[in-house]
Design a protein around this ligand. Sequence first.
Ligand SMILES: Cc1cc2nc3c(=O)[nH]c(=O)nc-3n(C[C@H](O)[C@H](O)[C@H](O)COP(=O)(O)OP(=O)(O)OC[C@H]3O[C@@H](n4cnc5c(N)ncnc54)[C@H](O)[C@@H]3O)c2cc1C
Length: 287
Amino acid sequence: MRSPVPAYELETPRDLAAALERMARAPGEWKPFAGGTDLMVLLEAGKLPHRRFLNIAKLAELKGITVADDFVLLGALTTYTEVRRHETIAAEFPLLVRAAAETGSIATQNRGTIGGNIANASPAADSPPALLVYDAEIETISARGKRRVPYARFHSGYKQMDLGADEMISRIYLPRARSGWRQYYRKVGTRRAQAISKVCLAGAAKMESRRIADVRIALGSVAPAVVRAQATEKVLLGRQPSAEVAREAQAMLAREIAPIDDMRSTERYRLRVAQNLLGEFLESLSG
Ligand SMILES: Cc1cc2nc3c(=O)[nH]c(=O)nc-3n(C[C@H](O)[C@H](O)[C@H](O)COP(=O)(O)OP(=O)(O)OC[C@H]3O[C@@H](n4cnc5c(N)ncnc54)[C@H](O)[C@@H]3O)c2cc1C
């Protein structure tokens, strides 16, 4: 099934402006190639439809982690290894560190990028639930300029996203707003490592006098895109976690997610596991 490599073109632009100019002149024709961890799998499987790629892996403008007063900014080329090693991210965004640690192997973590994970738009990707919980924003760039989109609106359906044919993801904004919140992340796959999620849940809650004053819950692999469970969050607001509250929230979760049967799992299993993870998250809040 391997694709013939000579059928592909890979150009290395000298800087970001040159890459954007290429994309502006022929929108949709040139696709960014970052760590290649998703693209090379498609190439090997003979399922890589695009033929022309821009090697963006060395573009300094898309690299680096910046800590500002209100945000931590991740360059789109930030790797999972960089996320795992960063002190501020470890202290303030532990769910992202957990997601990075559970992504593939060390080799994949060294090459794979957060920008690539978002743009690949898999509903089973492991970082997006954490990004949703943190109210992340996506910065895109093109020859026309920059835009900022709340991540909650970026993916609109299976492999659909708010990214123009001449645009790239340039940075991810993480608001520094979750300090003091209780945080939870769990990925369930076939094995403990090197497995694609069957279900993944990220949650964070602000507790006041033992009640849930604010909460975010996001899940992967239970809908055409990674989703935030807003109706379930509403059930929880102002409540003190208990077995009864958990049952109500689990019932609401069943109404707002839409898992499917596929080669990795079944709808029934995914729903049950999603509800169990929600229960575990809520239990962790009463401790
Ligand atoms: C063995 C293995 C295990 C894996 N395990 C996991 C896992 O456990 N969890 C998980 O979530 N993922 C997993 N992955 C998937 C993959 O590693 C991630 O999705 C990775 O983050 C993709 O980043 P990349 O830089 O390699 O993207 P690439 O492969 O370079 O690109 C992926 C897509 O994103 C586009 N793209 C890349 N960067 C940009 C940008 N800045 N702007 C716009 N478009 C862009 C490309 O055009 C392409 O369509 C695994 C992959 C492998 C090979």
